[in-house]
Design a binder for this molecule. Sequence first.
Ligand code: ZN
Length: 80
Amino acid sequence: MGRGGGGWGFAFRGAPAKVADVQESETIQCPFCGQSNDLVLDTSVASQRFTTDCEVCCRPFEVFAECEPGEVLSVEVPAN
Ligand SMILES: [Zn+2]
């Protein structure tokens, strides 16, 4: 009973999540040109900060996201 030989170990409770279920798409707004960009987030990472390029004006900007597995709690684009 209990834990099979896994590798993951600590983060998941209950049944293992399917990998596809942790990816969620969100729409964010470019701080430079104001256009919407679609973004795919890995919700298995609780708190993440990364830089992405705007699809419209190609400028890089920072994105800060908070997630639970399978759900995006918040996405922010901090103003510089
Ligand atoms: Zn832009």
